[in-house]
Design a binder for this molecule. Structure first.
Ligand code: ASP
Length: 332
């Protein structure tokens, strides 16, 4: 008896063909993707469905909340694991949301392709096969959500897209991959120390969080508009270890008194500092003014974590505690 794996497709390059003549667009269904790779039948009993059919920039957090509920239903109905196929542009965001929302030991694997099916060396079929092999494996149970492409297995919480075209685009700059594929067998070499779960009420509403990237000479005029635009929180991708130009400090301070403001780094790797620099706009100054330290989470992930915590009705203090304890091992 082969393990059951649910494959849910959401469009993206892996499913794109040149139907309209202008350029490729997502057209292939989940069923078509699976039937194109006969080797999948040796790895798992697959049930495939098209959950969405879009370029990945069209997806919303609401879609991902629905997807997490569907995956949970499939697992509770007997699936040993789930595979999600989608556009690589936002894979790291989908994977991170699923990691936070799906509270099951069944592996959840997100994959896609960098070369569409019309190109020589299209990577979709190999990525899909590897993703099913990981989702069906005992080795990956309990690991949470992973991204599998190019024969590497990356934990959702650290993975990033790092190149516009290269099939080796997915990297985890802080930690490296947690495993790899070897002759069709998933090898899990390490596991994240702890899983984080956010429980959402079925009627919980979206709480939009803005993401701003700081730059040289930034005068912070957008920060002053965040509340008026209806956002419930802000993540700033600050310079280096968590620094903002001093002329943005007053508007950040006023906003942090109204809503959670999270301090991340635009560098793409490393932690936001806590106790090194003391100049106006430094990490010490901003944290003293009520900003929340994103720790090792980049802006994209900090935005999703904050938005989901707000959607779950989490208090300001609990939000701060979740970010602060991100790297602490599970208490026993
Ligand atoms: N370039 C994208 C992809 O890899 C398009 C998208 O994200 O939908 O699928």
């Amino acid at each position: 008896m082969l393990p059951e794996v649910a494959v849910l497709s959401m469009g993206g390059t892996i499913s794109s063909t040149n139907a309209g003549g202008k350029g490729v667009e997502p057209t292939l269904t989940g069923e078509a993707l699976v039937s194109d790779v006969p080797e999948i039948a040796d790895a798992a009993e697959v049930s495939a469905a098209s959950f969405r059919q879009a370029a990945s920039g069209e997806l919303t957090i609401d879609d991902l909340v629905e997807l997490a509920a569907e995956i949970t239903r499939r697992v509770d109905g007997g699936a040993s694991g789930a595979v999600v196929t989608q556009g690589t542009d936002t894979i790291e965001e989908t994977a991170f949301v699923l990691d936070l929302l799906v509270d099951r030991d069944a592996p959840v694997v997100v994959t896609g392709a960098m070369r569409n099916p019309t190109l020589p060396g299209a990577d979709g079929p190999a990525n899909l096969l590897a993703a099913v092999q990981v989702a069906a494996s005992e080795a990956a149970r309990g690991i949470g959500t992973v991204v599998v492409l190019n024969d590497e297995i990356h934990a959702a919480r650290y993975v990033k897209k790092t190149h516009t075209e290269n099939p080796a685009t997915f990297k985890s700059p802080l930690t490296g991959p947690v495993g790899w594929m070897s002759e069709g067998t998933p090898r899990i070499a390490m596991r994240p120390i702890r899983r984080h779960h956010i429980a959402l009420a079925p009627d919980a509403q979206d709480r939009p969080v803005a993401l701003l990237k700081a730059s040289l000479g930034d005068d912070g005029r957008l920060i002053g508009e965040i509340g008026r635009l209806g956002y419930a929180g802000l993540v700033v991708e600050a310079l280096g270890g968590g620094h903002m130009p001093s002329r943005t400090v007053e508007s950040l301070t006023s906003l942090a008194a109204e809503m959670p403001v999270v301090l991340a780094s635009r560098t793409g790797s490393g932690e936001v500092l806590r106790r090194t620099y003391g100049f106006p706009g430094s990490e010490i100054d901003l944290l003293d003014r009520g900003l929340i330290n994103a720790g090792p989470l980049d802006g994209l992930k900090a935005r999703l974590l904050l938005s989901l915590l707000l959607r779950a009705g989490t208090s300001r203090d609990e939000i701060q505690a979740t970010f602060d304890s991100w790297l602490e091992p599970e208490s026993r």
